[in-house]
Design a protein around this ligand. Structure first.
Ligand code: GDP
Length: 329
């Protein structure tokens, strides 16, 4: 019998990779879309032509119930959120409503419509924040450092709570930073690779960043959505850290990205207090041993390959835009 999945956050980076994966496995895939005339829909339709759209909003309980009744999914992947730490400081309440309470709204909708639907919650390494130990595992205590991280901790624990209280098949994937050519321009890796491409092609001279000292465990989004899928195919629901186990600095990413284009980052990178955060997460690195042992999951893309892939893609995008005579962001 073929399966059906509903993905919230379908217009984001992970939504499109996950939709492609599920469609390739024979799923019928619905994407929850909010608002009127959502401009990102055309992009999703082009990347994943098989996705069907259903209206709904993580702020609106009855719309989630209606969406589940329409799709009748076997699996729900909750990737929808205000996902950018920087924005969460500026819109802390909205972040709590969508990224935090939105999880409960979806869990309640599942309980109302069909409590056998399997649920995946997109938890985040930002929950570890000011880390208590390194590397971080499923048992490391949380100490979030942003309204985003705090809302994700709430979403994580409400997922665990509904599993324990109601026996629901609810899993939480604690994913470390994961990037790709589809990453939003507001995140540091894509901001850098897009900047590299534009500098290389003479469209800009400088790239202005914030704190270059932080270190992250960066993986490839295409690998990480496979871990989400694997979690929902297990006999029992559980929580898993998904990470590469390697930590790199922003300076290292700058070095790789600029070198790929034959440039020296020191000639082009400036600093602006606007891009510093009120509280910073200095160092994150995950231990994905449990995912490796139980899910058979391992990352396939190295840090260097990831940086190269993103620079090559942005160079191609900017070259096409230049040829067409139009700016591409
Ligand atoms: P995050 O780990 O989810 O916050 O992912 P980001 O890609 O947004 O940020 C990663 C790190 O890069 C954080 O420590 C930021 O403070 C740092 N950073 C430094 N300059 C910038 C910048 O210009 N934009 C962003 N987004 N992050 C920056």
């Amino acid at each position: 019998m073929s399966s059906t999945a509903l993905i919230t956050g379908i217009t984001g980076q992970d939504g499109t990779y996950l939709a492609e994966l599920l469609i390739s496995r024979g799923y019928t895939v619905y994407g929850l879309v909010r608002g009127q005339n959502n401009p990102r829909l055309a992009v999703v339709a082009q990347l994943c032509p098989g996705v069907e759209f259903v209206e709904g909003d993580l702020l609106d309980q009855s719309s989630l119930i209606a969406a589940l009744e329409t799709c009748q999914p076997n699996e729900v992947y909750n990737l929808g959120a205000i996902s950018f730490v920087g924005l969460s400081f500026k819109q802390a309440l909205l972040t709590g409503e969508i990224t935090g309470l939105g999880v409960t709204r979806m869990l309640e909708a599942i309980r109302t419509v069909n409590d056998k639907i399997k649920f995946y919650q997109a938890s985040s390494s930002e929950m570890f924040g000011k880390v208590r130990e390194s590397p971080q595992t499923e048992l490391t205590p949380f100490h979030p450092r942003s309204p985003y991280g705090v809302a994700k901790v709430y979403g994580h624990y409400i997922t665990v709570n509904y599993r324990e209280s109601y026996g629901m098949f609810a899993c939480s994937g604690i994913l470390f930073n994961h990037e790709s050519p589809r990453r939003g321009m507001e995140f540091v890796t894509r901001k850098i690779t897009n900047g590299v491409a534009r500098i290389k092609l003479g469209m800009q001279k400088q790239l202005t960043l914030g704190n270059l000292e932080s270190q992250r465990d960066w993986g490839f989004a295409g690998d990480y959505v496979d871990a989400m899928y694997r979690m929902l195919q297990q006999p029992d629901p559980d929580d898993y850290v998904i990470a590469t186990g390697e930590m790199h600095s922003i300076r290292e990413f700058l070095e790789l990205a600029f070198t790929r284009a034959g440039l020296d980052w020191r000639d082009h990178v400036g600093s602006d207090p606007r891009f510093f955060r009120p509280a910073e997460v200095d160092r994150l690195v995950g231990d994905a041993s449990k995912a490796r042992d139980k899910l058979g999951w391992t990352p396939t893309t190295t840090f260097k390959d990831l940086a190269n892939m993103m620079v090559d893609s942005d160079l191609a995008i900017q070259q096409r835009a230049a040829a067409a005579g139009a700016p591409a962001g």
